[in-house]
Ligand binder design. Structure first.
Ligand code: OKP
Ligand code: ZN
Length: 334
């Protein structure tokens, strides 16, 4: 299977994050990509398709903000990496403020995700990696792997958070739509609900979003991913949320994924994007499912059996030493 990666994706390297009330070492490290690179025979560097595929998903003012945030933080006289800490709560009147502190809140939903000096460069190439994998499938490959890092599925059209800045799954899906694929499905099997992806396609009847994830009653991102969220307007019925209780093993996960795949089959898409997170692994340091390395091959086999051209984008997975093996297992099942 063709795999894509650009070494500039490593340039996003924040030092610390706010985790459970304290600053701890940033979990979403460049090492994660290195762990996957060690098990993949070869990766190709993506072509540069410019900002158009990014702007097909994200708003122009948000993209401008991402490019300038770190420099604005420095201009404000600050050391370290900007982390949002003040938000216009829902219902607050919209204001157009220029102060970096206000912009950080305007364009984010949580305080877990810094913007480091190299972040724009890294997420730009992260997006190109997703576009390249989509293009490979659009030109005849049965499946292609985008070694995305950082992940993307928590990022919405105009917000970052949850280690995500640009929504790589959404960018790949929209790329396929813009190439003429009439209906696209996204299967999100990261431990966490992909709130950004859901928001982006909430009112869209042409992109189906199905997610198996930890119940947001107990797990991040809390405010999205409940079973009664099914999409709105023309997108009503094109969102499917399948939350699972902590402790889920292969049997429960596989049954939920089977429901998602049945719904995707019924939607009859021309292309499938899989948001693959290996943070469902039993050894993951921030998650509470119990999948084994071998289980990923089984789950991928079920996905392959649907027979759709498939773009796999990497999302989470924080047991870094095992990450490569888990990804290899998953890709082998496809
Ligand atoms: C990104 B992806 C804080 C827990 C939340 C952010 C998790 C982001 C996961 N105690 N931290 O979905 O793998
Ligand atoms: Zn996750």
């Amino acid at each position: 299977m063709r795999a894509f990666f650009d070494p500039r994706q490593l340039r996003h390297a924040p030092v610390a994050e706010l985790h459970n009330g304290a600053f701890t070492a940033y979990q979403e490290t460049p090492d994660r990509a290195e762990s996957i690179l060690r098990v993949i025979a070869q990766t190709e560097r993506p072509a540069d398709r410019g900002e158009a595929p990014i702007l097909a998903v994200h708003s122009a003012d948000y993209v401008d903000f991402l490019k300038s945030a770190h420099a604005l933080w420095r201009e404000a006289g600050r050391d370290g990496d900007p982390i949002p800490y003040a938000w216009p709560i829902v219902g607050r009147r919209p204001l157009r403020l220029n102060r970096i502190d206000a912009l950080l809140g305007q364009f984010s939903f949580d305080a877990t995700t810094p913007i480091a000096e190299g972040t724009w460069d890294a997420v730009y190439w992260n997006a190109q990696t997703a576009v390249a994998a989509a293009d490979a499938v659009l030109t005849g490959e049965r499946a292609a792997f985008a070694l995305c890092r950082p992940p993307g599925h928590h990022s919405g059209a105009d917000y970052f958070g949850g280690y995500c800045h640009l929504n790589v799954a959404a960018i790949a899906a929209q790329r396929a739509r813009d190439a003429g694929v009439k209906r696209v499905a996204i299967l999100d099997i990261d431990y966490h609900h992909g709130n950004g992806t859901q928001d982006i396609f909430w009112e869209r009847g042409d992109v189906f979003y199905a997610s198996v994830h930890a119940d947001p009653a107990t797990d991040y991102p809390f405010y999205w991913g409940h079973a009664d969220e099914i999409g709105g307007g023309p997108g009503e019925g094109a969102t499917l949320n399948l939350p699972l209780a902590r402790g889920a093993r292969l049997a429960e996960f596989r049954a939920a994924q089977a429901r998602a795949l049945a719904a995707i089959r019924a939607f009859d898409p021309g292309l499938l994007v899989v948001s693959f997170g290996a943070d469902t692994f039993e050894g993951d340091p921030i998650s509470y499912f119990q999948l084994t390395t071998e289980d990923y091959r089984t789950l991928a086999g079920d996905i392959a059996a649907v027979g759709l051209p498939t773009v796999i984008v990497q999302e989470g997975g924080y047991a870094t030493a095992a990450l490569g093996s888990n990804v290899r297992s998953f890709l082998s099942g496809l």
